[in-house]
Design a protein around this ligand. Structure first.
Ligand code: DO4
Ligand code: MG
Length: 284
């Protein structure tokens, strides 16, 4: 897996290759720089370029995104997401239409510096009453729009704010602690078939599982290539982009996350992501 990390007493963030319990530095100064390579160049250089390895337990892993690389997300790409939005929204037809439309729903989820990673808190808006995690396969695309890797994304969302009016989607989706990515990017050639990966989620509260769900990328209503092509067609991404592919797991509307919960997500062959939940600050 491609990772970003800091060694104690070492230089600033490095890009490395995690292999089991070790991490070896790679020659790129940032993930943004690495995403300027073509997929073929990256594959060739990754196999030969790693320096001397250190123990993974001795380093701090950072979110695997930096610089000008943005995180985008697709919405209403699974039938369960469509039915969940129809239930919560005052404007249900918007979601029914977009599910079958040629143009997918795409939105900017996060700039790199706002992303958190495994073990760091994700947040609930203080003005929201129904909040959920959204466990999503995220595609890592290079500057040419080639998918070079996969990671796990949690697209934290306020259902009460989005449900009030679809024009509030940016506020329901973008705030401090809204976007978590796993620590590693699994290269695409390590995952021969991404079209049937199991996705599971659990929410733990006071030692009990208060929500559990599962799905598979086989239930995606659009192809991975189609989503990346729609993102890259009108827009340049000189340092690549990360694109979360939408959620296929939506709890009943009676469920909401609470401060102190712990969210655990796993995507087979891609990785895991676990985060504690905090309540964001009150309005000033
Ligand atoms: O329409 C809002 C976004 C839905 C979404 O994020 C998802 O389906 O994952
Ligand atoms: Mg989502």
């Amino acid at each position: 897996e491609i990772v970003r990390y800091i060694e104690p007493g070492g230089p600033g963030p490095r890009v490395g290759l995690r292999n089991g319990a070790t991490v070896a530095p790679l020659p790129w100064g940032s993930v943004a720089e690495l995403l300027r390579e073509s997929r073929d160049e990256l594959r060739e250089r990754l196999t030969s370029a790693a320096g001397s390895a250190v123990d993974a337990a001795d380093v701090t892993f950072l979110p695997p995104v930096d610089g000008r690389t943005e995180v985008w997300a697709a919405g209403v790409t699974y039938e369960r997401s469509r039915s969940g939005r129809v239930e919560e929204s005052s404007e249900a037809s918007v979601y029914e239409k977009v599910y079958d439309a040629e143009r997918p729903e795409l939105f900017l989820k996060s700039v790199a510096w706002r992303v958190v990673t495994d073990g760091e808190p994700v947040a609930l808006r203080s003005d929201s009453t129904v909040d959920v995690p959204e466990p999503e396969l995220a595609l890592v695309a290079n500057r040419f729009g080639e998918i070079v890797g996969y990671t796990v994304c949690n697209d934290m969302s306020s259902r009460s704010i989005e449900g009030e009016n679809p024009l509030y989607v940016p506020q329901a989706k973008i705030f401090s602690g809204c976007c978590a990515l796993a620590t590693g990017i699994r290269p695409v050639w390590e995952v021969p078939d991404a079209t049937d990966l199991a996705i599971t989620i659990q929410v733990q509260r006071g030692g009990e599982t208060v929500f559990a769900g599962d799905t598979s990328t086989a239930r995606l209503h659009r192809t991975l290539e189609e989503l990346v092509a729609a993102l890259f067609a009108p827009t340049d991404f000189p340092d690549g982009a990360i694109l979360a592919t939408g959620t296929g797991i939506v709890p009943e509307l009676s469920f909401s996350l609470a401060e102190g919960d712990r969210i655990e997500i796993e995507i087979a062959e891609v990785g895991t992501l676990a985060n504690p939940v905090v309540r964001g600050r009150e309005p000033m």
